[in-house]
Design a binder for this molecule. Structure first.
Ligand SMILES: O=c1ccn([C@@H]2O[C@H](COP(=O)(O)OP(=O)(O)O)[C@@H](O)[C@H]2O)c(=O)[nH]1
Ligand SMILES: O=C(/C=C/c1ccccc1)O[C@@H]1O[C@H](CO)[C@@H](O)[C@H](O)[C@H]1O
Length: 495
């Protein structure tokens, strides 16, 4: 039974520390875009990176997100950043209706219902407070799929709205076809059905996102996405965190339904050797930078990097299988074991006893890493990942082969892309794989007969990613055209 939610209704919301709107970009006051993001690390970072790219084209940027995200970000902001801006982008916060000490992950449905109830009211009030007069009128509101109601708030204020799709375009195509009932998908009576959609690789049940499984336990998310994908007309643009070379056939398959404009990969530009000034991300947890010195002492391409992102907490049995496999390979490893935010009585997220002592001369375990610096380090040979899309894109931009170990949401479909479309990795089979299965995948990527092919494919994707976001590249061109379209008021558009 979920603990009683301490709901903070809109009119009772606590006032946050006064946050002025510091702004990035060089345009006039009228060239102002408000980014609205869900509170998770893997949502805020791509939105901030999009903001930095728009700012580089002369747009003023402010990010609005929830109070809980503010609390997490303030914990790790560098001294010179005071919570009023991140990487030069102004910050505004609104309440999701719950107290800050409420366990949102353990009560997903209640959290999302509260966010959907109080978020729109609080966001609308924030817009009234900050953008009331015409001199500060917003060009556009860019929102994310977990807060689609921002489109209704934008319409209330007469502001155009864009959807920032922060997963692969493949998920966008699958969700669109599923929720608009354009194709047949597995049912409880037909779990073995193969799913063949135009422009996409054939899929089976294990490749589908968890929110559309016939057995899906996630009540709120299917409803949220069902409403979103049946009302995409609310958005003037749909922007995809991907790039032409990576998913061209998939994007083309949506052109006659609801086009998606690729503007990615949204990774820190320094990862692609571009201007570090455009890096604009936030860590919600303090990075343990000692892992870089540790990597400096390792042999090139020898290290197995293991990380499951900011949300996933692995069950104890899976932690044990990975620990045993790493020990058995005798290879150097760097493993991010992020402590659960709330106690896990069943040992989930915890390392087996004596593992650290047994492997102290073999590997290193940290609570949070500077991941993009790790992935671009010459000592890293492969990345054992949960296939979160930001991690996947960062690995692509680093030219690192992957061992896919998907857990939920888009991750099974991302794993399908990795193995059968990008061909830059292998997938660990089974929901509760053995240590032998994990070890088999590690050896296959590090020294197996396909190791060289996987590495070459990974390096080729890195070059394509750099080209897409480089000046004149496909994604750079799409951002340029987006900014031009944003500048043209609706009444001047040729219908
Ligand atoms: O130790 C870590 C683990 C993850 N990340 C970052 O956290 C984000 C995770 O996003 P992703 O979509 O991969 O997974 P999620 O956390 O959303 O499940 C990525 O940008 C990673 O670079 C990090 O900085 N340090
Ligand atoms: O970060 C999330 C979801 C976080 C969440 C949801 C509900 C309640 C609390 C937290 O999802 C990640 O988003 C990434 C971008 O969409 C995706 O690629 C990762 O696989 C997800 O883990």
């Amino acid at each position: 039974m979920a603990e009683e939610a301490k709901v903070v209704a809109a009119d009772e919301e606590k006032k946050l520390p006064a946050s002025t709107v510091a702004e990035d970009g060089h345009g006039g006051p009228e060239n102002h875009v408000l980014l609205v993001s869900f509170s998770a690390q893997g949502h805020i970072n791509p939105m901030l990176l999009l903001g930095k790219r728009l700012a580089s084209k002369g747009i003023r940027i402010t990010l609005a997100t929830t109070e809980i995200a503010c609390q997490r970000m303030l914990k790790s902001l560098s001294n010179e950043e005071s919570g009023e801006s991140i990487a030069g982008i102004g910050l505004l916060f609104f309440s999701d209706g719950l107290s800050l000490d409420y366990d949102r992950k353990a009560n997903l449905d209640l959290f999302m219902e509260s966010l959907g109830k109080y978020g729109p009211i609080n966001l609308s009030n924030l817009i009234k407070d900050h953008y009331r007069d015409d001199s500060k009128r917003l060009l556009c509101i860019v929102t994310n799929p977990f807060v689609p109601w921002a489109a209704d708030v934008a319409a209330e204020h007469g502001i155009p709205c864009a959807l920032h799709w922060i997963q692969p375009c493949m998920l966008y195509a699958v969700y669109y076809r599923f929720f608009n009932k354009l194709n047949e998908f597995p049912t409880l009576d037909d779990l073995e059905r193969i799913i063949d959609l135009p422009g996409l690789p054939s899929m089976s049940l294990k490749d589908l996102p968890t929110f559309i499984l016939p057995t899906s336990p996630f009540g709120t998310f299917p409803k949220l996405f069902s409403d979103l994908f049946q009302n995409l007309q609310k958005f003037k643009w749909v922007l995809g965190n991907s790039f032409d070379h990576l998913e061209k056939d998939i994007m083309d398959s949506m052109n006659d339904l609801c086009p998606i404009k690729p503007i990615g990969p949204l990774v820190p530009p320094s990862l692609l050797g571009q201007d570090k000034e455009l890096d604009g991300t936030v860590d919600m947890w303090k990075s343990d930078d000692s892992c870089i010195e540790w990597l400096d002492q390792q042999i090139p391409t020898s290290v197995i990097y293991v990380s499951f992102g900011s949300i996933v907490t692995l069950p104890a049995a899976q932690m044990g299988a990975i620990a045993h496999a790493l020990t058995e390979t005798k290879r150097p490893f760097l493993w991010v074991v992020k402590p659960p935010e709330f106690p896990t009585p069943d040992g989930a997220g915890q390392l087996p006893t004596s593992f650290l002592e047994e492997t102290k001369d073999q590997g290193k375990v940290v609570a949070w890493s500077p991941q993009t610096r790790v992935l671009s380090h010459p000592s890293v040979g492969c990345f054992l990942t949960h296939c979160g899309w930001n991690s996947t894109l960062e690995a692509i931009c680093s030219g690192i082969p992957l061992i896919a170990y998907p857990q939920w949401t888009d991750q099974p479909t991302n794993a399908k892309l990795i193995v059968d479309v990008f061909k830059n990795g292998v997938r660990i089979n089974g929901k509760d794989p053995t240590a032998e299965e994990v070890k088999r995948c590690i050896e296959e990527v590090m020294e197996g007969p396909r190791a060289e092919e996987l590495r070459k494919n990974a390096e080729g994707l890195k070059r394509a990613a750099l080209e897409a976001v480089g000046e004149g590249g496909s994604s750079d061109g799409n951002i340029e055209s987006l900014v031009k379209e944003m500048m043209v008021p609706d009444h001047e558009l040729v219908k």
